[in-house]
Design a protein around this ligand. Structure first.
Ligand SMILES: [Zn+2]
Length: 304
């Protein structure tokens, strides 16, 4: 057990705890009558308050075999799934932003990025399951993100140099950073402008597609919730990121959507979960794929 492992275990435990909180957010945020931080969780069937020792992420679910300790009513395995998903993503974020794999130990410079992405990923998970349940994406998250992320980008400009920008040569998210270089806070202003451009591009893209969809297919393909969600994602990932996330969401949505329709006979397909999935893939999967591609090309060049 090195420090790196302790750090990643800590990330995992934090993710499980946050995931447990996200279950509460998913249930209570759209149902405005209940406060998120107030009363303790209760069994939806018998209304008995759940004591803390029956509310430990994953462990309690397994010990109680997925049933309420009082009335034995089955509890959806989704609660555990959300906890495990959040835990896994927090470990992946810790892997990427907290552990220094060259020398071992903790990378102090990138902890703000870990914190920002942890909140971002949590917001995406909450949006996904609220959209699945109620077919809405809450403004508290999407509009809140649209307002906050540009401000955060100003103070942490490194946020606008992540994702594909970090690995693709010449694919810099700061094409006009030089314009601001001579100004005080030049880099901060450049990052703010990248975030705002991503926000406008992401929202605008859904708007244009929705308008054309209405003309061509004569039905609502995407709604205002999706527009605000991709605007928030664009504020984090820049305009290039918003475009890639949108294309990924369409691609995966087209494949999975057909499967979901076959099994549920439900012809409504929420787009938010696919946008969220694309946004997470943009953080973790695409940089790895691009890295592998670069490595492969380097290998070919070496042999030639
Ligand atoms: Zn019960």
């Amino acid at each position: 057990m090195t420090n790196d492992h302790v750090l990643l275990i800590w990330c995992g435990l934090m993710g499980l705890t946050v995931g447990s909180f996200l279950n509460v957010v998913v249930y209570r945020l759209p149902r405005k009558c209940m406060s998120i931080c107030g009363a303790r969780s209760a069994c939806p069937k018998c209304r008995k308050m759940i004591p803390w020792y029956d509310n430990i992420p994953v462990v309690s679910y397994l010990l109680l075999r997925g049933r309420c300790s009082n009335c034995r009513a089955p509890i959806s395995p989704r609660y555990m799934l959300v906890e495990l998903l959040t835990g896994a993503l927090f470990v992946a974020l810790g892997w990427k932003y907290l552990v220094d794999w060259t020398g071992g130990g903790f990378v102090a410079e990138t902890w703000p990025l870990f914190a920002i992405y942890a909140v971002y990923v949590s917001a995406l998970i909450a949006c996904t399951f609220i959209d699945v349940d109620l077919r809405i994406i809450p403004n508290e998250i999407s509009l809140g993100g649209m307002a906050l992320v540009p401000v955060i980008s100003f103070f942490v400009p490194a946020l606008q140099k992540q994702g594909l920008q970090a690995v693709v040569e010449g694919y810099v998210n700061f094409p006009w950073a030089g314009q601001f270089a001579s100004l005080p806070w030049g880099e901060n202003i450049a990052a703010l402008s990248c975030s705002l451009l991503g926000l406008l591009f992401g929202g605008g893209l859904i708007y244009v597609v929705a308008v054309f969809g209405r003309i061509i297919f004569r039905k609502e393909a995407m709604g205002g919730g999706d527009l605000k969600l991709l605007a928030m994602i664009g504020a984090v990932a820049g305009w290039q990121g918003a475009l890639v996330v949108f294309l990924l969401a369409c691609f995966v949505g087209a494949i999975l959507g057909v499967v979901v329709m076959l099994f549920t006979k439900d012809h409504y397909m929420p787009f938010g979960p696919y946008l969220a999935l694309g946004a997470v893939a943009y953080i973790f999967v695409l940089p790895i794929l691009v890295g592998l591609y670069d490595w492969y090309v380097g290998l070919l060049m070496g042999q030639a």
